[in-house]
Design a protein around this ligand. Structure first.
Ligand code: MF3
Ligand code: CO
Ligand code: CO
Length: 275
């Protein structure tokens, strides 16, 4: 049975399998962390160019996070030593920043998670490097559509499975593969908390959504089959069939009548087309 727990001013919150329910202070904290995260990705939109290395982008993420009074939640997380994840082309997620250079035609996901005043703002977007083939652009656009269709399901009384059902329907209509090996997650004072937000599901199944829940929705959609494999570095997940993969992520809070998106940008740069 699903258990819910009201989080008040207490900062000691544990990964005990309960779904946390938050009040106004939580929403305020998440708004601030989410806005910083969105601002960092807005800067990435300017910096993503053919020739830049993913390590250089990671340094900018680190600097901006620290300047914003936050720390990158990924630094030191389970032995991860970078400030963001950068996943190019057939990399599904958790690409490690390095001296690799972006090149014309790449599609790239940058995933950032500033931890600000105890709250996590977790968000990722796709960026197009130079001239991108039409079928890659379409994958990126449909993946964004998947994220927003998932968010549109969110309101008190809906079920967790409604989110995955909406996403799966849109992706599979295009014969794209929905990745099953990674999920969205509850977050707040914790980076990864209950519930697991699966991106392929049956409508009407899973825990009931309640006002005050915080979660990410972060569908990974492949141009080919849904299957992934992990590289020897222990982090980088790639598509088994080498097909392109795209992902968008927002952190949201459930309100009385729907969802508040903590990580959208006032500039509109969080959504395609970016031109
Ligand atoms: N930001 C990722 C997520 O959306 C998690 C990255 S953990 C890392 O949940 F260690 F790989 F950075
Ligand atoms: Co996440
Ligand atoms: Co993320």
């Amino acid at each position: 049975m699903t258990q819910y727990q009201h989080v008040t001013g207490d900062t000691s919150v544990y990964r005990d399998g309960t779904i946390k329910l938050h009040g106004p202070e939580g929403f305020e904290g998440m708004r601030k962390a989410g806005q910083l995260a969105a601002r960092i990705l807005d800067e990435m939109a300017v910096r993503v160019q053919p020739g830049v290395t993913t390590g250089e982008l990671d340094s900018v993420v680190r600097e901006m996070t620290l300047d914003g009074g936050a720390v990158p939640a990924t630094l030191g997380y389970r032995g991860y030593t970078h400030s963001c994840c950068i996943s190019i082309n057939h990399v599904v997620c958790h690409g490690i920043p390095s001296d690799k250079r972006l090149k014309d035609g790449d599609i790239v996901n940058i995933d950032v998670t500033p931890l600000l005043d105890g709250w996590h703002g977790d968000t990722s977007r796709m960026f197009l490097v130079g001239d991108v083939p039409l079928k890659a652009k379409k994958l990126v656009e449909v993946t964004y559509e998947c994220l927003m269709a998932g968010i549109a399901q969110v309101r008190p009384g809906a079920r967790l499975g409604d989110i995955g059902a909406a996403i799966q329907q849109i992706a599979e209509r295009q014969r794209y593969g929905v990745v099953r090996d990674f999920c969205g997650h509850g977050l707040g004072r914790l980076f990864h908390d209950a519930p697991e937000v699966v991106h392929a599901a049956r409508a009407g199944t899973g825990p009931e959504l309640k006002a005050g829940m915080f979660m990410t929705i972060e569908p990974m959609i492949n141009l080919g089959r849904p299957h992934v494999k992990l590289l020897n570095d222990g982090w980088t997940a790639v598509t088994r069939d080498k097909s392109l993969s795209a992902q968008f992520e927002h952190s949201i809070g459930i309100t009385e009548d729907g969802a508040e998106i903590f990580t959208s940008s006032p500039t509109g740069l969080h959504k395609p087309p970016y031109a």
